[in-house]
Every structure is written in structure tokens, then in C-alpha cells.
Ligand binder design. Structure first.
Ligand code: ATP
Length: 492
């Protein structure tokens, strides 16, 4: 049976979703109209976290490499782009409808969920067998075979609980829109389903104007849109999301070397963010796109299972060649090292900003028991890497009188040019610490009566909850040391 009671994993995803909403990270889109499925808005702390992720990625890829440059291409592209890339003809997912619930499912997700359920019930061998059979059928584009597998395994619809399935069909995932003032003259445009093509069509422009020599890379962060049919698991699978992609152009005979290079380098980036090695793994693609020579996913152990956060793909010269053919433009590079013109090969790293966001929330979210005097109490906190934390510190006057707010505000005004900080004077100090734990602020600085006398403050550390007195003049250094991007970048 595919339907089941909520598991522990579902419960913890639910806690993360509730927390994200309650504390200003992620809201359902247009919630006053009951939301829009698979579309989300980011709140004050969410947008800060997201910007930090993007900035760190950008600096790690572009700023640290003299041979990687950035661009920002448009979401709309000439419609022929998507003919050349293959998206018009084959950006499809096999889907199946349940005739009773009228719900549509992606076949791979339906079968994977079934296998996961088997696994949780201790039936590892059977689960493995079902997945292997599915991968084999997907590889052969055998839609009837996939239908037969669903029926043979009696995989039920989670809504209706029946096995009353339609045949399996392919559905294109691109969103269409019309441009032009009169309907008859309107042209169909697509919302880009990936940012990569904006890079390929600009290959010549960038190579020439940035005077780059192969091997070199072009990086981009931007929105992508996919009409995902099964959009569950919060911001893991959205219809509008953000990608962080880098296409690295290389000589064919160096292709596999660069593939291995980026595969390793991208994994190290996640370790540097503090994600434990045991929570990440590689997953080699069994079904390779016809043009790809190698492809691997980096997976994170989400509360709902091991899922892709980033793909590293060796795409050969497929994209540039295809754009050259469809546009009838010569897209080539003259390599002085080998004294030859050729179409470069491409190794790409393609990460989803929102999936990284969810990974960081899942990893940071803790419910723990702490000693409070002689009592044990529960606290919830977000243990973000300080470089990624939305707010780096909170400046808190102990009471709202005796000149403490003025003293605290002066500290805030002094530091605000370098760090995003919170100033808060309402409520008891313990409650204010709790609030900072909930949004993941690594340091709180409390200004009390002693501060007026000797210019010291109490620093309270989020993770250990330890408190110590430090000179006010040392606050800037403490924040800089712990939160600076440069410290992270040097560790790569
Ligand atoms: P999946 O198999 O999970 O749909 P994919 O293999 O189609 O992912 P890619 O086309 O390789 O994904 O896209 C690169 C990255 O973009 C993914 O690793 C993921 O982080 C992100 N991504 C893709 N689709 C979505 C989505 N619907 N919502 C959020 N992020 C996405």
C-alpha cells in the first residue's frame, strides 16, 4: 500500500514548514487567497538567508576563479532556443492519472514513494528490485512497461486508495505565454525551465568581451519555471524556483578531468558549510541524456529521504552545437594551444537555491532540552553557519530606561554599516534570547548598567548559551571573525 500514516520524517518536515512560516522565513504565495500550489514567498529572514546563499555561491564560483565570469540573462528567450535545447520535444515527464481521484502523478515519484515505504517496513530487497525495474523501463522510455509495473505492484493512489490508473503519458513541463498585442499575431514564448540556455546563447559574446580562454566558465543565478505535476515537499519542488548554474567550457580531451574536478569541488563546498559528510552523497545517473557523457547528483538526507540538491553534468558539445545548427551561426573557439577551431565541451554545475535553503533549514532546525537553573526546558533553535545566518547579532538593552536604550542604539548605529543586526528592547531578556534562537542569530549583545560604567557588554552565544563579558570595542572584531565570508571562502 502506498498510503500510510504520517511518519516521523513527515512530522519533522511539518515542524520545519510551520517554523519557517511562524518566524518569517517562507510563506505560501498569496496566502490571503488560500495560496497557490508549489509557489512560495520568502519573508524577512528567508530573503536574508537566500541572499546569503546566493552571495556565497557567487563569490565561491566567480570571485575566487579568475577564469569564471557572471551574466544575468533574461527569463524570456527566443522560442527557437528551446527547440535547439531539446526542451520543446523532450522536456517531458511520464505521468499517470488515477481515474477515481482524478489526481495526476509523476510516475517516478509514485514508484519511488512506494519503494521508500517498502524500505521503511524492512523490505529493502524488494524496494531495490522495484527501483531497478523502474530505472530500466525509464531508460527505454517504456511507458506501457511502467504502467504494468504500477499495476503489478498494486501501487495505490494516496488519495483514492485505488489502483485504477490511466495509461502512462508524457507531459511537457514548460510554461507557455503569449507576446504581442493582438491574439492572432501573438507568438508563443516559454518561461525558461533552466538558466543554462541563457549562458549557451551568450557563449560568443562573453568569451570575446571578457577575453576568456578555454577552459573558462560562465555563472548565473536566476529564476526558472517548471510545470511540476507533483509539487509536494514544500520548497523542494516548486513551479517557480531559483537556480545557480555554472557552465564550464573545456577541450574535449579534458572533459572527464573537469567533470571529476567539479564533482569533488562542489561536494567540498557543502562540507565547508558545515553539512556533515554522512548527510550527503553522490548519486550517479543511470539513465543518461543521449548527449551526456556523465552525470551525478549531490544528494542531501532530507527529512523525507535522500534527494538531489545539485547536479554535475558533462553535456559534451551538445548545446553549443545544437544552437549553432538552429541559429545557423558559427559558434566556435580558436584554441591557440592546439592551433584549432572547435566547439567546446561543457561541464555544468547546477544547484537549486531553494533546495539549498531547505537543506540548511533542515540541518539547522533543532529541538533540544536544556538546563535552566534546576529545571530542564525545551528550546527550538536554528543552528545556521554564522556566515549564512540571516541576522548576525542582536543588540539588546537590558531594560528600557536609565540610558541603556541610548547606549545600545549607539552600538547598533556603529555596527550597522558592516553587519545585519536586530535592535530589540521589548520583553524580558530571556524571551528576547529565545526569539533570536528561533531565527538563528548566532550572537546577542546585552547592554546593562555596568555597560554605562565600563563600556562592556554581555555576549550570549546561541549554540552553547554561554555568556561572557567583553569590551564593547571588541564586538566588531568578534562579529567579523565569526561571520566573515572571507573566512568561509579561505576554507574552500
Ligand atoms: P528533479 O529530478 O528533482 O526534478 P532535476 O534533475 O530535474 O531535478 P535539474 O534539471 O538537474 O533538476 O536542475 C538542477 C537543480 O535545480 C536541481 O538539482 C535542483 O536543486 C533545482 N531544481 C530543479 N527543479 C526544481 C524545482 N521544481 N523546485 C526547486 N528546485 C528545483
Amino acid at each position: 500500500m502506498a498510503t500510510q500514516a504520517p511518519t516521523l520524517e513527515d512530522t519533522s518536515l511539518k515542524s520545519i514548514i510551520a517554523h519557517a512560516k511562524e518566524y518569517g522565513f517562507v510563506y505560501p504565495s498569496s496566502e490571503i487567497y488560500d495560496g497557490l500550489q508549489a509557489v512560495y514567498d520568502f519573508g524577512p529572514y528567508g530573503v536574508a538567508l537566500k541572499n546569503n546563499i546566493k552571495q556565497l555561491w557567487w563569490k565561491s564560483m566567480v570571485q575566487l576563479h579568475e577564469n569564471i565570469v557572471g551574466i544575468d540573462a533574461s527569463i524570456f528567450m527566443h522560442p527557437k532556443t528551446w527547440v535547439a535545447s531539446g526542451h520543446v520535444s523532450s522536456f517531458n515527464d511520464p505521468m499517470v492519472d488515477n481515474k477515481d481521484s482524478k489526481k495526476r502523478y509523476r510516475v517516478d515519484t509514485l514508484i519511488e514513494d512506494f519503494a521508500e515505504n517498502l524500505r521503511q517496513n524492512g523490505n529493502e530487497d524488494k524496494a531495490q528490485h522495484v527501483i531497478e525495474e523502474m530505472e530500466h523501463l525509464l531508460e527505454q522510455d517504456n511507458l506501457d512497461g511502467l504502467h504494468d509495473l504500477i499495476v503489478k505492484e498494486q501501487i495505490t493512489c494516496p488519495i483514492s486508495g485505488t489502483v485504477n490508473w490511466t495509461e502512462v503519458r508524457q507531459f511537457n513541463l514548460m510554461f507557455e505565454t503569449k507576446v504581442g498585442s493582438v491574439a492572432e499575431e501573438a507568438d508563443t514564448l516559454y518561461l525558461r525551465p533552466e538558466t543554462a540556455q541563457g549562458i549557451f546563447v551568450n557563449f560568443l559574446n562573453v568569451q570575446k568581451t571578457a577575453r576568456q580562454k578555454v577552459p573558462f566558465g560562465i555563472a548565473q543565478i536566476g529564476k526558472a519555471f517548471r510545470n511540476e505535476i507533483v509539487a509536494r515537499q514544500f520548497i523542494f519542488r516548486m513551479r517557480e524556483f531559483e537556480q545557480m548554474e555554472m557552465q564550464f567550457f573545456v577541450r574535449e580531451d579534458h572533459g572527464m578531468l573537469w567533470y571529476e574536478h567539479w564533482k569533488e569541488k562542489r561536494m567540498k563546498w557543502y562540507h565547508a558549510l558545515g553539512i556533515p559528510e554522512a548527510s550527503l552523497q553522490y548519486h550517479d545517473h543511470i539513465k543518461l541524456a543521449h548527449y551526456a557523457r556523465a552525470a551525478v547528483d549531490i544528494e542531501f538526507n532530507f527529512p523525507f529521504g535522500k534527494k538531489e540538491i545539485e547536479g554535475i553534468h558533462y553535456r559534451t558539445d551538445f548545446d553549443l552545437k545544437s544552437h549553432a545548427e538552429v541559429s545557423r551561426k558559427k559558434i566556435q573557439y580558436f584554441d591557440p594551444e592546439v592551433n584549432k577551431n572547435y566547439i567546446p565541451h561543457v561541464v555544468e554545475t547546477s544547484a537549486g537555491c531553494d533546495r539549498l535553503f531547505l537543506m540548511l533549514m533542515s540541518h539547522a532546525y533543532r529541538e533540544e532540552e536544556v538546563q535552566d537553573g534546576d529545571k530542564v526546558k525545551q528550546r527550538t533553535l536554528l543552528k545556521f553557519h554564522p556566515t549564512l545566518a540571516p541576522m548576525k547579532g542582536a543588540i539588546l538593552p537590558l531594560v528600557r530606561k536609565d540610558g541603556l536604550p541610548e547606549k545600545a542604539m549607539a552600538l547598533f548605529n556603529d555596527l550597522k554599516f558592516d553587519f545585519p543586526l536586530i535592535y530589540e528592547e521589548k520583553q524580558a531578556i530571556g524571551k528576547r534570547y529565545t526569539r533570536q534562537d528561533l531565527i538563528g542569530t548566532p550572537f546577542c549583545f546585552t547592554v546593562d548598567h555596568q555597560s554605562l560604567e565600563d563600556d562592556t557588554v554581555t555576549v550570549r552565544y546561541r549554540d552553547s548559551m554561554k555568556q561572557e563579558r567583553i569590551p564593547m570595542a571588541a564586538v566588531h572584531k568578534l562579529l567579523a571573525e565569526h561571520t566573515a565570508e572571507s573566512t568561509f571562502l579561505k576554507s574552500l
